[in-house]
Ligand binder design. Structure first.
Ligand SMILES: Nc1nc2c(c(=O)[nH]1)N[C@H]1C(S)=C(S)[C@@H](COP(=O)(O)O)O[C@H]1N2
Ligand SMILES: [Mo]
Length: 529
């Protein structure tokens, strides 16, 4: 602590509290903005408020404003929202002199308005509130950090000066040590908010640009998905056989998903080939396409887990491209690299044995969503994603497994990742209820590119009984199954196992996901009534 100087309650001191409020507020705005931009979960609350203002403005003031301001309408409105916020945050800081009740009330009001605006956006759900929540937690945390030196100074001053000064909330006359500490904290928090905001803005701008390019893309020859007849069992609340892009699980190492413009995309095929091939996106669009329903799943999927989805993929067969490059003898692998440097090693055989291994440009009849690999990703029926389904793929190196390692194999996962035979109970959910007299249970089973021949269920650890299988267009997708339950009212368990078309009976031995996929029978406890 430095020397104790008993300065009067100057405007500059009052300014310190207000400044704390503004900087803490800015920190929260930055963290919520960054959460929205980096994760693409939810919407940025400030933008949401601006949009809501446009929508609810009385009469056609908003339209007028938009006309007058022209293209500057949105930035101007957002600027206005930020100015109002700055005033409220300054006020919160000012109120903090007298304790936490004031600032918390201000934050609560701002958060409620923000939440209302976020939920007011088209198609918004509770999950969209995540960025706002992050910001709302940042406000008091940052404020506490910033005002600690002010509080300390106020306490010192209160003892050094009059009781009246203390009652006034402690004149913010601070010892020089507190002053330095305060200025350092303000500087650090403000700089942090600025850096975070700028980074988030860059990420968001790239994403918006690519999202616009994606919307404008036309992919001739890519057809909309038509769910084949008989693939969906008619059991209430059963999982859809075809997974929408929105419901499709997402797994990757990208904190900020790569944003690759189709015009800038290049794919290099090189390594053990007769001639290197470089492809542009337009080359892929113009080539002969293959389209197929393919189920994709993650090696990290626990027994009964939902890291599995089934989509209609359109693209170009990798085999055709490799044939053009001319694969040399001795090669047994393709090392795939994505735009963000992630790598995986895929057996050459799986890419050339006639299965629908493709460089996909569309998912469910639409350009790939950014999070699922836009503009191009690989899909290989029968292999886990971590060894095959490279998103944002930009490089295929024909090589030998002996000559390289890939992202996940360097972290203890197996070099090869053929999909294991698996089955899951979807109805009932754990703890659910089933009609004791013939209630229907249902689920899915999969082993892509091998196929499922049968599914069996067992009640309370008893004998296995055959379930009915729905239809599938090929062995590359999951299959739905259903069975009827006949039992006594009360608590029971149901388990499931599959038999593959290769004759394998799914093992009941429980094995963790590391290093090459979980095993064991999915078992669900339920009540019959
Ligand atoms: N570029 C890149 N591609 C990737 C990954 C990744 O981390 N980065 N993860 C893989 C894994 S582990 C899986 S299971 C699938 C998941 O694909 P999805 O997110 O489209 O469902 O992508 C694969 N492709
Ligand atoms: Mo995965």
């Amino acid at each position: 602590m430095g020397s104790v100087s008993t300065v009067r309650d100057t405007p500059a001191d009052a300014g310190a509290w207000a400044l704390s409020g503004v900087v803490a507020g800015a920190a929260g705005v930055a963290t919520s903005y960054a959460t929205a931009m980096f994760t693409a979960v939810g919407s940025n609350p400030v933008d949401a408020v601006a949009s809501t203002v446009i929508r609810v403005a009385p009469g056609n003031t908003a339209q007028q404003a938009v006309r007058v301001l022209g293209h500057a309408d949105k930035p101007t409105l957002v600027g206005g929202v930020l100015v109002v916020l700055a005033v409220l945050f300054a006020w919160a800081g000012h109120l903090a002199r007298r304790g936490w009740r004031g600032p918390l009330a201000v934050y609560a009001v701002v958060a409620v308005i923000g939440a209302a605006a976020v939920l007011d956006q088209r198609g918004a759900g509770a999950g969209d509130l995540v960025p706002l929540l992050v910001g709302a937690l940042t406000w008091p945390a940052a404020l506490a950090l910033l005002i600690r030196p002010l509080r300390a100074a106020a306490a010192t001053t209160a003892t050094a000066t009059t009781p009246q000064a203390a009652a006034d909330g402690g004149a913010a006359a601070y010892p020089s040590g507190s002053r330095r500490s305060f200025l350092v904290r303000v500087g650090v928090v403000a700089a942090g908010a600025a850096v975070l905001g700028t980074a988030a803005r860059a990420a968001g701008a790239g994403r918006r640009r690519v999202e616009a390019a994606r919307r404008l893309l036309r992919l001739p020859g890519v057809t909309a998905p038509v769910v084949p007849d008989g693939t969906q069992v008619a059991v209430p609340s059963m999982t859809p056989w075809a997974t929408s892009a929105a419901d499709f699980y997402r797994i990757d190492t990208a904190i900020i998903p790569p944003t690759v413009e189709p015009d800038a995309w290049r794919l290099r095929i090189h390594g053990l080939v007769d001639r290197e091939v470089e492809l542009r996106f337009s080359d892929l669009v113009g080539r002969k396409h293959t389209q197929a329903w393919v189920t994709l799943c993650c090696v990290s999927n626990e027994v009964g887990g939902d890291l599995v989805g089934n989509a209609w993929w359109s693209g170009v067969r990798v085999a055709d491209l490799l044939a053009e490059a001319g694969v040399q003898p001795g090669a047994d692998a393709v090392r795939q690299t994505s735009d963000d440097g992630w790598t995986c090693g895929t057996p050459l055989a799986a890419l050339t044995d006639g299965r629908d291994a493709m460089l996909a440009i569309a998912m469910n009849g639409r350009p790939l969503p950014i999070d699922h690999g836009f503009p191009v990703r690989t899909v290989v029926p029968g292999l886990y994603g971590y060894v095959s389904a490279c998103k944002w793929v930009v490089d295929l190196e024909v090589t030998r497994f002996a000559d390289f390692t890939a992202f996940w194999t360097e972290r203890g996962w197996s070099e090869r990742g053929p999909v294991k035979l698996a089955s899951r109970i979807d109805v009932p959910r754990s703890g659910g209820t089933v009609d004791a007299a013939g209630g229907r249970v249902a689920g899915v089973a999969w082993q892509q590119h091998t196929g499922v021949a049968a599914v069996e269920v067992a009640l309370d650890g008893g004998a296995w009984q055959r379930a009915d299988l729905a239809r599938v267009p090929s062995v590359d997708t999951w299959v739905q199954w259903t069975a009827a339950i006949h039992t006594t009212p009360g608590d029971h368990t149901l388990r499931v196992r599959a038999v593959s078309r290769a004759g394998e009976v799914q093992t009941g031995v429980q094995h963790d996901v590391v290093p090459n996929g979980a095993t064991g029978w999915h078992t669900v406890a339920f009540t019959a009534s």
